[in-house]
Design a binder for this molecule. Structure first.
Ligand SMILES: C[S@@+](CC[C@H](N)C(=O)[O-])C[C@H]1O[C@@H](n2cnc3c(N)ncnc32)[C@H](O)[C@@H]1O
Length: 731
């Protein structure tokens, strides 16, 4: 309807019409200003490298050390597009060549998935027990962000997405938005506004399912893809589809002895020529036909002709004759024709209705049981038509990873993200299954997203006075490391007090969620619950073995001191993240100090106000993994020996079907020489529908003797990962 007009300092109401546009509740604020997308830039954390050779890894480290550009790596990012897209802008504004998005739709099904417990993994006919994993609270939140206020919030959410995608797109880039009849028409108007309606190329109708009976109206059997480009200059490679059976039957009426269908087409075209194409061949002079013609050899036959024949029609005719491609009305006489087979032609140029393949069935070879998975044929078409090898593709609703997998196969670069943990796991497995897959990295915004939440949520300023800072938080590992400085680098005590107060608010908040009582006078012990002491991990660093040592030391000092002294020897450590080596090393260390520790993960949902209000926050103990190793000279054999997962959201009846701990494991990977940095996935094995069996043992031969740190990562059937670190010595 309207665009805001400013005149003589006055802001007119948005409904003062100046141009046609779609307006929804929330598009403008009360002052008439357009509500812009969140533009917070968070750094990405690489949590895993996949398929990277040891040599490539060394090379990357060298380049990094010299502050030089490291080699390109495709990126699988776990995170909400509302943080991921603005964070990509710094590096990729104007650099993405092709964007395909298949945004979630108005159904919770976009976030739920089917998890399966393999029952007889040794058997190809494994009858896995499947159950629907309902959306997590964080996924529910994304769903509410999108649909909380119905169409209005969807449109604002969609608008914000498209504004950022437009900025990321290269001047010659293309965008495909995959929708259906529910919102496609609204989306078209939003896209027109951002891309300009002159850059709308097509509305593609994809017939995804066959006719159905029993409807009270016309059945919806198609999806809609809206194709926009950033400018009128864009790559385009014509795509073809097969001829219909009717067309072939009617047009290619003859059949060869070997069953191939063909038809006769002229070998001449109108017009006189002076070169070889105008000369007589055998008993036929083309210049004498009608008003004068010349030889016209079909261009697609060049691939089968010699170099000389490609430049000389008479030689070409000789070669075609030898191939049996020249047809005469009478043996060697009259006017020759060309024998054209159906296969000679590329097919019909693809139009805007695509009906030559439908949605995937659950029985399809390609199916990964991801409810909204799209067929690779669809993406193959889009990527081939609108990009070249080496181009960069972006999909911020990765799902099962169809676009990334096809981009990988077609040698495009790719970046894809999804906020669902299971989506990321499904996509990783899928990509690993592609023969010769190039190394890629798995990233998230982890601690940065939490820092942002802490800053926004806990202002701390109200209590930022010296008097209010009673506990010596600055000594604890939880206080932001290093004092806060003002912009010139000078120490700023006020800022420090604010940070401390913010920190305390944060700790109290988490203690509240855990239903623990806050304690005063300690640095590392923050609360107490059921007689057990409680420590709250920082938002921006994993709980480490060093932290456990500090907690143990403080615990020892606290015994028998006053009313807040520990009543049992139990300590609960609440953390967002845990250092690799945590479980066993830290537990041993704590046990040596006669403390019984439990590690509990602070759920991501703690950042969601609504989940907090509903009291839906559950802290689960870390899964526990046991690994045995055996060394023989340079060779190390590693075997998984136990795995216990927290009760999480597996229904009780499904739990009862599990007879062996290994049934919980979907995937595991090993980094044979971890240097305390990212997990480098150097070997992995996983279950697939075709091969549900999982090896529990692997071997590795080291090049040189020494002591190595091995990190094992296990991903369970719900997509959660657990790591374990072991040291091995080889001679
Ligand atoms: C329709 S599915 C995509 C399916 C995908 N094209 C495929 O072939 O598998 C939509 C995906 O978007 C994800 N999603 C929803 N909201 C999101 C958000 N705000 N940020 C990132 N991903 C989101 C969902 O987890 C879901 O996997």
């Amino acid at each position: 309807m309207a665009e805001r007009i400013e005149s003589a300092g006055k802001i007119q109401h948005p409904l003062a019409v100046t141009r046609t546009e779609l307006v929804w509740e929330g598009k403008y604020d009360s002052a008439g200003n357009r509500v812009a997308p969140l533009r917070v830039v968070l750094p990405f954390q690489t949590v895993e490298t996949v398929n990277e050779s040891a040599a490539a890894r060394r090379h990357t480290l060298e380049l990094f050390g010299q502050h030089r550009q490291t080699e390109w790596r495709n990126r699988l990012i776990w995170g909400d597009k509302k943080y991921v897209l603005p964070s990509l802008l710094a590096e990729f504004a104007g650099k993405v060549n092709l964007i395909y998005i298949d945004p979630p739709f108005d159904t919770g099904a976009d976030f739920s998935f089917t998890a399966s417990v393999p029952n007889r993994p040794d058997d190809e006919e494994d009858d896995a027990t499947s159950f629907t994993k309902e959306p997590s609270i964080i996924e529910h939140k994304a769903y509410r962000d999108t649909w909380g206020r119905g169409l209005d919030s969807y449109l604002q959410w969609f608008y914000e997405t498209v504004v950022l995608l437009h900025e990321l797109l290269h001047e010659t880039g293309s965008l495909y938005v995959h929708l259906d009849w529910h919102v496609a028409h609204y989306a078209k108007i939003v896209l027109d506004e951002i891309f300009g309606k002159e850059n709308f190329r097509n509305e593609i109708i994809w017939k995804r399912t066959t006719s159905r009976a029993g409807s009270e109206s016309y059945n919806h059997i198609h999806d809609t893809l809206l194709f926009f480009t950033k400018s009128e200059n864009y790559p385009w490679a014509v795509q073809y589809t097969n001829y219909s059976d009717d067309y072939i039957e009617n047009s290619f009426r003859n059949t060869d002895a070997d069953g191939r269908r063909y038809r006769e087409t002229p070998l001449t075209a109108p017009g006189l020529r002076s070169g070889y194409s105008g000369k007589a061949w055998r008993k036929c002079d083309p210049s004498k036909i009608g008003n004068g013609r010349h030889w016209a050899i079909p261009g697609y036959m060049n691939a089968h002709l010699s170099k000389a024949a490609q430049a000389n029609s008479i030689l070409a005719l000789e070669e075609l004759e030898k191939m049996g491609r020249v047809l005469w009305a009478r043996e060697g006489e009259g006017r020759p024709n060309f024998k054209q087979y159906v296969e000679d032609l590329k097919g019909v140029e693809l139009q805007s209705i695509w009906n030559d393949f439908g949605a995937l069935s659950s029985a399809s070879q390609e199916s990964l049981s991801y409810p909204t998975q799209k067929p690779e044929a669809l993406l193959q078409r889009i990527i081939t038509a609108s990009s070249d090898e080496g181009d960069l593709l972006l999909d911020c609703f990765c799902g099962s990873g169809t676009s990334a997998a096809v981009a990988e196969k077609l040698k495009r670069r790719w970046i894809t993200c999804d906020l669902g943990r299971f989506a990321i796991h499904t996509a990783r497995k899928r990509l690993l299954g592609i023969p010769g897959v190039r190394p890629f990295i798995v990233q998230n915004l982890g601690k940065y997203e939490r820092q942002l939440w802490q800053q926004q949520e806990f202002q701390g300023s109200a209590r930022a006075s010296r008097a209010s800072v009673s506990a010596p938080l600055t000594e604890s590992g939880n206080v932001p490391r290093g004092a806060e400085h003002d912009t010139r680098g000078a120490y700023a005590p006020q800022a420090n007090f604010a940070a401390e107060a913010r920190q305390r608010d944060y700790v109290h908040f988490i203690l509240g969620l855990y239903q623990a009582k806050p304690l005063n006078g300690y640095s590392w012990l923050h609360g107490v619950k059921g007689g057990r002491m409680v420590h709250v991990g920082a938002v921006d660093a994993p709980v480490s073995v060093g932290d456990v040592a500090q907690i143990a030391a403080e615990f020892k000092r606290a015994i028998g001191t006053g009313k807040d002294a520990p009543k049992t020897n139990g300590v609960d450590l609440l953390g967002w993240d845990f250092a690799f080596e945590m479980n066993e090393v830290a537990k041993q260390q704590a046990a040596a100090a006669n403390i019984q520790v439990r590690f509990l993960r602070i759920p991501h949902d703690a950042m969601d106000k609504r989940a907090v209000e509903q009291g839906d926050i559950h802290f689960f103990e870390l899964a526990a993994l046991s690994v045995d190793t055996k060394s023989d000279k340079r060779e190390v054999t590693l075997k998984l020996s136990d795995f216990v997962i927290p009760p999480d959201d597996v229904p009780e009846d499904v739990r009862r079907t599990v007879k062996h701990w290994s049934q919980w494991i979907d995937y595991w990977a090993v980094d044979w020489d971890n240097k305390g940095d990212t997990f480098h996935n150097e070997w992995q094995t996983y279950r697939t529908r075709k091969e549900p069996k999982l090896d529990l043992e692997t071997r590795h031969t080291y090049d040189a003797p020494g002591e190595y740190t091995v990190v094992v990562k296990v991903i369970d059937i719900l997509g959660n990962d657990t790591t374990k670190t072991v040291k091995v010595k080889v001679k």
